[in-house]
Design a binder for this molecule. Structure first.
Ligand SMILES: [Zn+2]
Length: 306
């Protein structure tokens, strides 16, 4: 299969007015579903994308999140507040952060500072009664649509993947890394605070066992060459991780590590490292964030420096 079934529709959220950064997925059924609507700032563009398919937010009954990073789930609270008929589906471990997002907003503000409103917009609390929590392993029925839910730690401890049945299309959030449309290169997405590379490997194995017909990435779009893609991601995750570990052990300054990792990312792209290719991936993935995540990952595992 090299196309999604007609009932599964990628919607470009046009984040910050730019195409192909954050992809939301519409699954049409007796209850229409949005998987990862994106941050609140994209809602006007998302409404336009829905209108192309003859829908408004009033026609959406369920919001399903792979995880609650702001670029995936930031708009959930606003949507549920505006549309009292909507239900949210999310990992149980994300529940406290959605009911009371104070901690999440504080830690995001530490990273994004005064850019919070521009990049993401508001992040509203959600009453627990509007949320259905999942753990992975359970079947999920929303209207006439069925999914297998998979616990998917690695990128975030509360990450879930959803495999649509019977089409076997997998909604993988950030667990399959970042790959821009038309490119082969797969870039790691390893932000703080809770990436776990060993758990990531195990999750990718689980995903392979489910033999998805397609993987729907948030950044950006569906991919169909599953095995080569996952092989490339696995290799890239560990290549970056080992580089960062070596730099940390050698005491290299963080700013120099960023320069080195950026150069490595360009080298990894090979022939795809054209001006256009480099800028496409720059939009989709922050190397700074991935470096911070890997640094944090190793700082918990390496012996303290004397
Ligand atoms: Zn994420």
């Amino acid at each position: 299969m090299h196309a999604l079934p007609p009932t599964i529709i990628p919607l470009d959220t046009m984040h910050l007015g730019r195409a192909e950064i954050i992809c939301c997925y519409l699954v049409r059924g007796t209850v229409n579903i949005l998987i990862d609507p994106g941050p609140t700032v994209v809602l006007p563009a998302l409404a336009e994308a829905l209108a192309v398919h003859g829908l408004t937010f009033a026609d959406i009954g369920a919001i399903v999140l792979t995880h609650i990073h702001l670029d995936h789930g930031g708009a959930a609270g606003t949507l549920l507040d505006r549309y009292p008929h909507m239900t949210l589906y999310v990992h149980e471990r994300a529940l406290t952060h959605l009911v009371d997002p104070t901690k999440l907003i504080t830690s995001a503000t530490r990273i994004y500072g005064d850019q919070m409103d521009v990049l993401w917009g508001e992040f509203l609390a959600i009453p627990a009664a509007r949320i259905v929590t999942l753990n992975g392993g359970e079947p999920l029925h929303i209207g006439d649509q069925r999914f297998t839910v998979i616990a998917a730690p690695g990128h975030a401890i509360h990450h879930l993947m959803y495999i649509h049945q019977p089409t076997n299309v997998a909604f993988v959030g950030d667990m399959a890394g970042i790959r821009m449309p038309g490119y082969r290169y797969v870039r790691p997405a390893t932000p703080p605070p809770d990436i776990d590379l060993e758990a990531w490997d195990a999750t990718l194995q689980t995903l392979r066992h489910h033999t998805p017909s397609a993987m729907c990435l948030t950044h950006y779009g569906p991919v169909f060459d599953i095995e080569p893609h996952l092989d490339a991601l696995h290799a890239a995750n560990w290549r970056w991780a080992e580089l960062v570990r070596g730099w940390m052990l050698a005491g290299i300054e963080p700013s120099e590590q960023l320069r080195l990792l950026t150069a490595q990312a360009t080298a990894d792209m090979g022939a795809e490292a054209t001006e256009q290719g480099i800028s496409a991936y720059q939009k989709g993935a922050s190397i700074t964030m991935s470096l911070q995540g890997l640094t944090r990952y190793w700082s918990k595992r390496l012996p303290p420096t004397p």
